[in-house]
Structure formats: C-alpha cells, structure tokens
Design a protein around this ligand. Structure first.
Ligand code: NAD
Length: 449
C-alpha cells in the first residue's frame, strides 16, 4: 500500500482469496453459538474492553490510518476517527434492546424478541475505514452474531490493524477480516452461510450486492452514496455559518458519505456567503497527514483525484466562477487537490448533479425557497441534507420537506451513536446506531402465548 500524500510505501497487505473467505466463514459459524450463549451482558463487557484496547493503541492506529488513507492526524481526521471507534463500541455496548410486549389483552399475549442472525458479513469503503467497520461490527457482535469483514482494497492495513486490536478482547473465531478484491466481496454477498450483509459504499456496488444476495434472501443494510444538499435561507448570517458550512463540506477532504456536496444559497446573501466561505477556506492547511499542522489531506487514490479534477474542469469550461482552488499542482507526488469553491454554476452541471467525493463545493444561487427544495430533492439519492438560518421554525419547516435520511439544522453531518442513521431513496436502506441499529442486526421473532 502506498501513502497517497507522498507515494511512499506504507506496507504490504495480504491479498486473500475466496478460499480464505470460506475458511473464515466456517470458523465464524463454529464460534457463533458460543458467542450468542454468553448473553448480552458478557458481550457488552467484551465490547467495552475492546474500546479500551482501541484507546490504548490509539496513536499507532491513527498513524497507520493517516499513512494509508491520507487523512491528517489532526482535525476531524485520523485521531478523531480512532476516537469514534472507541465511542461507538462503548455506545453500542450500552444500548439495550428489550423484548417488546406487542399484544397483551383478553388473554392473548405476543412478545417481540430479537435473536442472533448468525454470521454477518461487513463490506466497507476506504474513506472512513476504521469507523465504518466499527459501525458495522459492533451492533452485529452485540446482538450475538459473529462477523466476517471484507475491507476496501484501498485501505486494508487500517482495518487489519483495528481488528487485531479488537480481537485481543474477543473469543477466538468471533471476528474475522479477509482482505481481498471485489470477488471476495461478491462471494461474501452470495454465501449461503452469511445471514446478513452490512454494506457501506457506492450505490452501484450496493445494487450488485442486492443482486448477489437475492438467491439466499439475505438481510441487507445498505449505506450508499449521497449527494447531500444544503439550503441557506435568506435570514442566515453568512459569517456565523461559514465555519460550519466549510467542515460540513470538507471533512475528510470531502471524502465523506454524508458531506455537504451542493450548496444552495439565497440570492440576497449569495455574495456574502461566497465571500465568508472563501475567507474561511483559504486558511485551512492541507498537506501530508503526519504533519501536525495539517487538517486537510490528499484524495485517497488516483481515480478519485481524477473524478474531482475532471468535474472542476468541466465546470470551468461551462463558465462557472472559481472562487478558490481549481488549480492543482500536477508535479507533486501526492493526490492533493486544492480546496475548491465554485460559484455561479448551473444546477444541472455535473459537479452539482454527481457525487464529487472530494474537496470541490459548487454553490448554486436560488431565488425562491420552493425552487431550492425542488432542486435539493431532484436527485435519486438522499443520504443527508442541511438547512441554515436563524429562525428555527422556518428551518424546521424546510427540513421536513427534504428527501433525506438525516437533516441537520445549522450543521451538516454530525452523527451521533444514539441517533439512527440511514439513507432515503437510492442512498440505501436499513438504519445504523442506537436501538434501531441493534434491531437491524437481530432476527425478529414473535412468541405468542
Ligand atoms: P465501492 O462501492 O467501490 O466499494 C465498497 C466496498 O465494496 C469495497 O470493499 C469493495 O471491495 C467492495 N466491492 C466492490 N464490488 C463488489 C461487489 N460486486 N460485491 C461485493 N463487494 C464489492 O465504494 P468506495 O469507493 O470504497 O466508497 C465510496 C462510496 O461509498 C461513495 O459513494 C460514498 O458516498 C459511499 N459511502 C457511503 C456511506 C454511507 O454511510 N452511506 C459511508 C461511506 C461511504
């Protein structure tokens, strides 16, 4: 694996095959009844110990993550991501899912329980590789399932290192990781011994997984791509929201599923918002992740770099106004694309209509809030969205009209381990986090009587 900031070798990851996957699934199947029999309290304790182990190894994990993924140590990046792993392990351990009495009248009684599903497959992306692995495996383990993880081929070392630490606190055979190519992911998605797949990645791959899971009627949680809109209402204070808008869009250098990817600003304050955002963005340091001063990093891989660069070039050709960036240094060793803000851009420009997944934010002017809502809702995806303004009633009224699984007011993308998270439309289905998240890792069973 090569460091996307420098091109230097980070290390070698084993490349495993479908035969290795078979062995992992067999071992996970064998371990599952014993793990389930431990009960909720013992499994929660194991997750709490795993959180402590992650914390004890936090700096080493953050450095591996920074070098392989590219994200800086500081800012909402590598150290933050490792911290989130510990936080989500703890929150998942603390969440309780009690059996629910759904009928209790006239001598009839029915109680809804959640049983283990069996072996859960976890397939993840390269943008937040450690945190998303924890999002997938923590509720799976908590509910008495064992798990087999297939990390992204771009970031296997990060996931291998994380799983090694977590495994210090789990019984043998409960948690496996199989670094492999797409064929290993596809084999996991169609394997008859896998009861559920937790998938986070692109919408296109999500659709492949739906197809390959069909023959075994597998349960799926799909956290797919997004192209989140933010709507700035005319009563917003441009200077006050600039920092929040910036991090909503540029967290992890824009490589975040629920990041602000299209910003709609009312014409009355359009120039002021553009100016405030440009002023804030111009001063945020980007560079090699291990340098303590940086809080923005490179794109993780060349193909993502090319997507971002191509979209910005097309926007320029179409006459959009570049407020900042848009001029990458082609002679540098890493995949650095500068922080880029693009104004006066049409809503149907590809930089708006497609998921850029990088540090280039289009800012679209609107006149009428109804039209902004229509533009925000016009795409096939709906992961997150945000509304920015000073009148809470108005902001909530607009939020209610947005077709997205999460809508933030005066913020974008702040996830919470107790608030369910999932997509609308083609951003996926199923929920993660909190009690709802646990329910999605259990097989519902109603006992009558
Ligand atoms: P990707 O879809 O290319 O790959 C994700 C994973 O799927 C990888 O591990 C890959 O090896 C595996 N895979 C590829 N083809 C497969 C197949 N046919 N069957 C089974 N597995 C297969 O996604 P990516 O490029 O790694 O991640 C970026 C995308 O993920 C973006 O679209 C982003 O929005 C999305 N994402 C969504 C969320 C969310 O919570 N909704 C979070 C992070 C990223």
């Amino acid at each position: 694996m090569l460091d996307p900031a420098t091109g230097e070798r980070v290390g070698f990851a084993p490349l495993q095959s479908v035969a290795d996957l078979e062995a992992a699934i067999t071992a996970a199947q064998a371990a599952q009844p014993g793990w389930a029999a431990l009960g909720h309290a013992a499994r929660s304790e194991a997750l709490l110990r795993a959180a402590d182990a992650v914390e004890a190894n936090a700096e080493e994990l953050a450095r591996i993550l920074s070098r392989e993924q590219g994200k800086p140590l500081n800012g909402p990046n590598a150290r933050f991501e490792v911290g989130a792993c510990a936080a989500w392990l703890r929150a998942t351990a603390a969440t309780v899912l009690e059996p629910e009495t759904v009928v209790d009248a006239d001598g009839t009684r029915a109680v809804l329980h959640y049983r283990p599903i069996g072996v859960v497959g976890a397939i993840g992306p390269w943008n937040w590789p450690m945190m998303i692995t924890v999002w997938q495996i923590a509720p799976a383990l908590r509910m008495g399932n064992t798990a087999v993880v297939k990390p992204s081929g771009m970031t296997p070392l990060s996931v291998l290192a994380l799983v090694k630490v977590i495994n210090q606190e789990l019984p043998e055979g409960v948690l496996h990781v199989v670094p492999g190519r797409r064929d290993v992911g596809a084999a996991l998605a169609e394997h008859p011994a896998i009861g559920k797949v937790m998938f986070t990645g692109s919408t296109a791959t999500g659709k492949s997984i739906i197809r390959s899971s069909a023959d075994t009627v597998k349960r799926l949680t799909l956290e797919l791509g997004g192209n989140d809109a933010g709507i700035v209402l005319p009563d917003a204070d441009p200077k006050a929201i600039a920092e929040g808008l910036f991090w909503g869009a540029f967290i992890n250098t824009g490589q975040t599923c629920a990041a602000l990817k299209r910003l709609y600003v009312h014409e009355d304050i359009y120039e002021d918002v553009c100016a405030a955002l440009t002023e804030y963005a111009a001063n945020v340091p980007m560079g090699v992740g291990l340098d303590e001063e940086n809080v923005l990093g490179p794109l993780q891989n060349r193909s993502q770099y090319e997507i971002v660069a191509g979209l910005v070039e097309d926007a320029k050709d179409a006459g959009a106004r570049v407020l900042l960036g848009g001029n990458p240094d082609e002679n540098q060793p890493g995949y650095f694309y500068p922080t880029t803000l693009v104004a006066d851009i049409d809503n149907d420009n590809p930089l708006v209509a497609q998921e850029q997944f990088g540090p280039a934010l289009p800012i679209i002017k609107y006149t009428d809030v109804d039209h902004a809502v229509a533009m925000a809702n016009a795409l096939e995806v709906g992961l997150g969205a945000s509304v920015w303004g000073t009148d809470p009633d108005q902001a909530h009224a607009v939020a209610a009209r947005l077709e997205a699984g999460s809508v933030w007011i005066n913020n974008h993308g702040a996830v919470n381990p107790m608030a369910p998270f999932g997509g609308a439309k083609q951003s996926g289905y199923g929920l993660e986090f909190g009690t709802e998240g646990l329910k999605h890792l259990g097989q519902p069973q109603v006992i009558h009587g």
